[in-house]
Design a protein around this ligand. Structure first.
Ligand code: FE2
Ligand code: FE2
Length: 159
């Protein structure tokens, strides 16, 4: 996955990931670090294989790696992070030679990754939504009782 490797080496990706980590250094709740981004990539790909959803692996991994890349801007500027992430992702995807059609599919999935109405769709949007929720180990989280995620968004299953 040459273009996915380009994403993780991309300067804008690395600088925004570092800003996420700095902004969340003392956070009790879920973080938006490389472990989370990679967990989402892998769970999304497992869902594609299990549910026989025919999506290119590079698109699935690009969406997973970039879906929360602008989280730090939500903390600092109050911008919903799906929009901040899509804005940053567009530049990174262009740098990494994704076509305009590929960019549109990935950015659409990033923008909708917090919208419950895409959850059941067999599209990149639905896959990203489900993988993101499945990646959270709410059953083992000491801050679960204080977390503002609504009950149905929390994950109490092992994937
Ligand atoms: Fe998110
Ligand atoms: Fe996420």
């Amino acid at each position: 996955m040459e273009r996915v490797d380009q994403i993780i080496r991309n300067e804008l990706f690395q600088s925004n990931l570092a800003l996420n980590c700095a902004a969340e250094a003392d956070r009790r709740f879920c973080r938006h670090n490389i472990e989370h981004l990679l967990a989402v990539c892998r769970l999304a790909w497992i869902l594609c294989l299990e549910e026989k959803i025919d999506l290119p692996k590079e698109l699935v991994y690009a969406a997973g790696l970039l879906h929360d890349i602008g989280k730090h801007r939500q903390y600092k500027e109050g911008i919903p992070h799906e929009l901040a992430s899509a804005e940053i992702a567009e530049k990174i995807l262009t740098d990494c030679e994704f076509t305009i059609e590929e960019r549109e599919a990935i950015l659409s999935a990033i923008r909708s990754h917090r919208e419950e109405d895409v959850a059941s769709r067999n599209t990149l949007n639905g896959i990203l939504y489900r993988a993101d929720k499945a990646s959270r180990n709410c059953y083992a989280c000491p801050a679960e009782a204080d977390c503002n995620w609504k009950g149905e968004k929390k994950n109490f299953h092992v994937y």
